[in-house]
Design a protein around this ligand. Structure first.
Ligand SMILES: Cc1cc2nc3c(=O)[nH]c(=O)nc-3n(C[C@H](O)[C@H](O)[C@H](O)COP(=O)(O)OP(=O)(O)OC[C@H]3O[C@@H](n4cnc5c(N)ncnc54)[C@H](O)[C@@H]3O)c2cc1C
Length: 475
């Protein structure tokens, strides 16, 4: 039996469920295939930086397959056409793939499966992407979880699945030999100014560095992961998004680190709990696909957002006059990444200080994030906007000054991304408008010229946000 292995957002050979199963079922007669799709890559919220990450990861995958004596077959077009075409050309009896859970991708997969089945090619699909597949846990009433903590507890009762073995054998085949540059030439290779090493080896290095770094990394995760200037977090979200790391390998490696050094246990527990947020948002989107475009809680679709376009422009360009917000927005555009704590702060600021629809922020994030992911991004934005699954009420409104003082206490993060304020002493850094004018002048800051005055007053906007949400609640 010959299997066509359709690589998708799982660009690796290690801990790859469909590949391991194909290898076993076909005794190594596996033809590796990838297709780019205009409907996916051409989305208007696609970031150039993510496209480059995929292309670079494909290059490495292709060279690893080459080293195994085969080649990665490439095509471009509607997957229902290209996958069937490849299966026929390879003489495959079956096509195997790992499932995706986003609404658009589920519809695509259904169309591909139907086309293959109609042509007499068997289809085998696998759960691979998450620690716990959608539908595997449910509330006592049998419904999907809509609150994280009980979801996590239910998942923790299940055994944490083990990584699949790495596969390094593939069949030689006659599908056309195309270079990844072929995909780049199709217009998906916009230059990206945010170098972020891609591919499985870069993902493996990031994970190893995180697990093994005693000065930062896992050893400080539970205590320092909220501090944006400290590398106490893994930076593997793009690897998990595009599958350059397998989720079981990540979780089990963290547990193994704690087995070797018991002092890591609280950090590992926290880290695995955070991995479960990723599962949670994928489950939520799977069970409630309306979230993609509308509020998880329908009553919040009636919110009347009163913020202005000028405020939105100031937010996305990092010139709101609130240093921690501006630092985050500049980090995003410059690097394609933003620290999780700062994502929460800037998202709260857009929705509850600037009174701007969370979907505009969600879209801006998707246009820039290296890890931009529908479920996680949508979940994060709806959480911040108070329209989502969060058990906490809508009146949790972050104060950007207090957030800065608490999580960027030494000001290192703001100094890095808002250099025009870098000379200011710590206690004034997060609220320069409160500093004595003489002190500002001494440190080269002229508000309104070198750095903006705050575009809104937080206390005033906080009251306006509460009234905006109360209107909907009252109705
Ligand atoms: C408004 C907003 C938007 C976000 N958009 C995205 C997005 O598009 N893509 C994305 O992957 N994450 C998103 N997140 C979640 C989180 O910010 C990133 O996963 C995290 O910053 C990635 O850095 P890390 O790998 O160092 O995380 P670590 O803290 O080291 O966590 C390890 C992994 O766990 C998962 N994870 C951790 N926290 C969360 C979380 N809150 N939600 C979901 N998964 C989590 C991620 O896969 C992450 O890589 C968003 C959060 C917010 C508040």
């Amino acid at each position: 039996m010959r299997v066509l292995l359709w690589f998708r957002k799982d660009l690796r050979l290690d801990d790859h469920t469909a590949l391991a199963e194909a290898d076993r079922d076909a005794a190594g007669d596996v033809v590796p295939f990838y297709t780019s799709e205009p409907a996916v890559l051409g989305r208007s919220d696609m970031a150039a930086t993510r496209v480059r990450f995929v292309l670079d990861s494909l290059r490495e995958l292709a060279s690893r397959i080459e080293a195994a004596g085969s080649h990665l077959a490439l095509d471009h077009g509607d997957a229902a056409v290209t996958v069937l075409r490849a299966a026929r050309a390879a003489g495959a009896d079956a096509v195997y793939w790992n499932d995706e859970y986003e609404p658009q991708l589920r519809a695509r997969d259904a169309a591909v499966a139907a086309a293959l089945t109609a042509a007499g090619v068997r289809v085998k699909r696998f759960h691979d992407r998450l620690l716990v597949p959608p539908g595997e846990v449910a509330t006592g009433a049998g419904t999907p979880f809509t609150v994280f903590s009980p979801f996590r507890r239910a998942c923790e009762k299940l055994e944490l699945s083990r990584p699949q073995p790495a596969i390094t054998r593939f069949a030689p085949h006659d599908l056309p030999r195309r270079d990844v540059a072929m995909l780049a030439q199709l217009g998906f290779n916009e230059p990206s100014s945010t170098p972020w090493p891609a591919g499985a080896s870069a993902g493996e290095s990031r994970l190893a560095e995180f697990l093994g770094d005693a000065a930062a990394g896992l050893a400080h995760y539970a205590t320092q992961r909220d501090v944006p200037s400290v590398r106490a977090h893994a930076r593997i979200s793009a690897d998990l998004k595009f599958g350059t790391l397998g989720i079981r390998r990540v979780a089990q490696s963290a547990l193994a680190a704690a087995r070797a050094d018991a002092s890591l246990t609280p950090h590992t527990d926290k880290f695995v709990a955070e991995l479960r947020w990723r599962d949670f948002y994928a489950h939520v989107l799977h069970a409630f696909p309306h979230c993609e475009h509308r509020a998880f809680r329908p009553e919040y679709d009636a919110l009347v957002w009163r913020g202005t376009d000028a405020w939105f422009d100031a937010w996305r360009e990092g010139r709101t006059g609130y240093p921690i917000v501006d630092a985050g927005m500049r980090e995003l555009v410059a690097t394609g990444f933003m620290h999780n704590r700062v994502r929460m702060v800037v998202a709260s600021f857009l929705t509850k200080d600037l009174l701007i629809d969370w979907r505009r922020g969600e879209r801006h994030f998707m246009q820039h994030l290296i890890d931009g992911d529908l479920a996680n991004n949508n979940g994060g934005w709806q959480w911040a906007a108070g329209t989502g699954t969060d058990a906490a009420p809508y009146f949790r409104i972050f104060n950007p000054v207090l957030q800065g003082l608490r999580f960027d206490a030494d000001g290192a993060y703001v100094r890095r991304w808002v250099p025009e304020l870098a000379a200011l002493p710590g206690r004034h850094l997060h609220a320069p408008w409160d500093a004595p004018p003489l002190l500002l002048a001494e440190h080269g800051v002229t508000l309104g010229e070198t750095y903006p005055f705050p575009i809104v007053d937080h206390d005033v906007q906080r009251a306006a946000a509460l009234a905006m949400y109360a209107d909907v609640k009252g109705a």
